[in-house]
Design a protein around this ligand. Structure first.
Ligand SMILES: [Fe+2]
Ligand SMILES: [Fe+2]
Length: 270
């Protein structure tokens, strides 16, 4: 199988655990070949407009997803469930980019980064499922946000737009909010959830960094100013403004300087 065929196989697998099992198996095969000094074929394949998903969770408009107090056990389950849902979307988002933009010639290192991130997202989903099961629940037990695939649909024809919105806005947002989430579970002595979220937090810095690195690469290829291009693309494809407080330290570590995101705060207000 080519890398694009592997990606489409992951995207068209509905069950979450099965999707991540395939994802991790394909990532292992990719890296085994790379370590043997080979460059497997990327190829071409048609990515579905929307990935296959399990029947549950029910997908609701974000306004209709019930809010629960994070201090309660039910609230912590809801939080883990929401993160599991984000991670499953992240698995599909990472695999989607490979066939979707296979017509754009990229260096091998781009695919190494994307396959590694897809593998890590798969691990993150499994970690969240393990935590939910430990707490007596499971992924699919609660409703989840519909519309998480919107960023993918809106950037379906724009590779740089995809990089700007997904890793550099959405995954960067994860860096802002994860420390607060870790605190919620630490206060509840939920040690396995703390450990899982710390793994996620550490690895997400890398995902934002991959986004920034390849966004800058494409800007350089097209002789565009990265900051200006980022502002234009985020305004075009991302509905809503960026919300402080920002995790400036981790954003810097990921190659996202303040003049990229501060000018996008409140962009749609007034
Ligand atoms: Fe993740
Ligand atoms: Fe990620």
């Amino acid at each position: 199988m080519t890398l694009c065929e592997m990606a489409v196989d992951v995207l068209t697998t509905a069950d979450g655990r099965e999707k991540t099992a395939r994802s991790r198996r394909y990532a292992a095969a990719w890296f085994a070949a790379r370590e043997a000094g080979e460059m497997p074929e990327v190829g071409h394949a048609e990515a579905p407009l929307r990935p296959s998903r399990p029947e549950k969770p029910e997908l609701l408009d974000p306004r209709d997803v019930p809010r629960r107090r994070p201090g309660s056990p039910q609230g912590r389950i809801a939080l883990l469930h929401a993160v599991a849902h984000i991670e499953l979307n992240a698995v599909d988002l990472h695999w989607d980019i490979i066939p979707r933009f296979a017509h754009v010639k990229m260096p091998p290192g781009f695919y190494d980064d994307w396959v590694k991130a897809a593998d890590e997202e798969s691990k993150h989903f499994n970690l969240m499922c393990d935590c939910l099961e430990e707490a007596g629940s499971f992924y699919g037990a609660l409703p989840a946000h519909a519309g998480m695939w919107r960023a993918a649909e809106e950037t379906v024809e724009d590779f740089m737009g995809r990089l700007a919105v997904v890793p550099m806005v959405l995954e960067a947002r994860g860096l802002d909010v994860t420390p607060g989430m870790i605190e919620v579970f630490r206060k509840a002595d939920a040690t396995s959830a703390v450990a899982a979220l710390e793994t996620i937090y550490a690895e997400e810095v890398g995902h934002v960094a991959y986004g920034s690195k390849w966004f800058h690469f494409l800007c350089g290829r097209h002789d565009e100013d990265p900051k200006d291009a980022f502002h234009t693309l985020v305004k075009r494809y991302f509905k809503g403004s960026l919300k402080p407080p920002f995790n400036e330290e981790k954003r810097a570590e990921a190659g996202l300087p303040p003049d990229f995101y501060w000018p996008l705060v409140d962009q749609n207000r007034g």
